[in-house]
Design a binder for this molecule. Structure first.
Ligand code: NAD
Length: 316
């Protein structure tokens, strides 16, 4: 990706788990970066490693209405926004079932605001964090991008609606976009304190303390767990030039059961945690494994971090 100190990249949700790793990578690639975040789940501490950097601005902003005003002083100082990585979202499937209107406002409304900004200011490229939740409960594995999309939660519906909006802004307004459908992302800085956090961060947190791990259901549900470093490589490729209107899965192409995951985490921690089962939660996908041909062939990214290595980095 071409970059220079004069190129401004915006990362919405840049104080979050995936966002802060994305900021690390864009700064390392030579970009000036502006983070837009309302800190509902993100933390300033995730960006503390860049304290004092003159190439990073952090602006408190709700992407579902405040983008234009938040970016005006930044662009007045540093020139136009060249690229946007749009990660800001209400991230909980369970919360989206409880509060679908809030989910729509943040997850669909936020994407529309980003696209309106991109259209109005001729932004060169928008990369969007979609989700495997757009597929719903598919039975065909691996999950291909051209399978029917039948989301089973408001979260999945609004990620899919956002993808459709990206396509619309591409065809009608010429906004260049790439959407990435993340499978289950894990790694350092994932917040374990929310009951809706990624299962690995919760398991890791409890197993480190020798506490019981709770599995919702029988644990035979499978997930394609992809390390955050691999996801960031995909985002950096996606926000570069080319691959306009591509929609690509981001996963490893393999799946493990949640029960197997729990046992591995318990073993790596060595604190003898027990595993218990609780009733299944609504809106959850049963099986999940990505086809990753587009990720490899179009974006040149192979998720290469082995689960056990990624787990060690997360536990450290
Ligand atoms: N972690 C995963 O496994 C996974 C899987 C699929 C998709 N995704 C998507 O990846 C993106 C990043 O998720 P994450 O796992 O890093 O979660 P996260 O909660 O750590 O990051 C989300 C960030 O968005 C910010 N945010 C939320 N609403 C906002 C708003 N209205 N305005 C401005 N900022 C707002 C939060 O404060 C936070 O910093 C999200 O779009 C999420 O839906 C994540």
């Amino acid at each position: 990706m071409a970059s220079s100190s004069s190129s401004l990249a915006v990362v919405t949700g840049g104080a979050g788990f995936i966002g802060s790793h994305t900021v690390d990578a864009l700064l390392a690639a030579g970009y000036r970066v502006c983070v837009l975040d309302d800190f509902r789940t993100g933390k300033r501490a995730n960006l503390a490693q860049h304290a004092g950097s003159d190439r990073l601005d952090i602006v408190m902003c709700d992407v579902s209405h405040g983008i234009f005003a938040a970016l005006a002083p930044i662009t007045a100082k540093h020139g136009p926004v060249e690229r946007i990585v749009h990660l800001a979202a209400q991230v909980s499937v369970v919360a989206s079932v409880a509060n679908p209107l809030v989910d729509m406002q943040v997850n669909y409304g936020g994407t529309l605001h980003v696209l309106e900004y991109a259209r109005a200011h001729a932004v060169k490229k928008v990369a969007f964090a979609s989700s495997a939740a757009v597929y719903g409960d598919v039975t065909e594995m691996p999950v291909r991008e051209d399978l029917p999309t039948r989301p089973v939660s408001p979260y999945g519906i609004h990620k899919l609606a956002s993808e459709l909006a990206l396509d619309y802004y591409g065809s009608v307004h010429g906004v260049a976009t790439t959407a990435l459908r993340f499978f289950n992302v894990y790694g350092p800085r994932q917040d374990p304190t929310s009951p809706y956090s990624g299962v690995i961060s919760i398991f890791a947190d409890r197993a480190r303390a020798g506490r019981t791990l709770t599995i919702f259901g029988d644990g035979q549900q499978t997930r394609d767990f992809v390390y955050v470093g691999d996801v960031v490589r995909a985002l950096v490729a996606a926000v570069g030039d080319g691959n306009d209107r591509l929609v690509a899965n981001v996963g490893t192409g393999s799946e493990i059961t949640v029960l197997e995951l729990a046992r591995t985490v318990v073993e790596l921690c060595g604190k003898g945690s027990t595993i218990e089962h609780a009733p299944t939660r609504g809106g959850e996908i049963l099986k999940s494994r990505a086809r990753v041909d587009l990720l490899r062939d179009r974006l040149g990214v192979v998720a290469q971090t082995k689960l056990v290595d990624g787990l060690r980095a997360t536990l450290a």
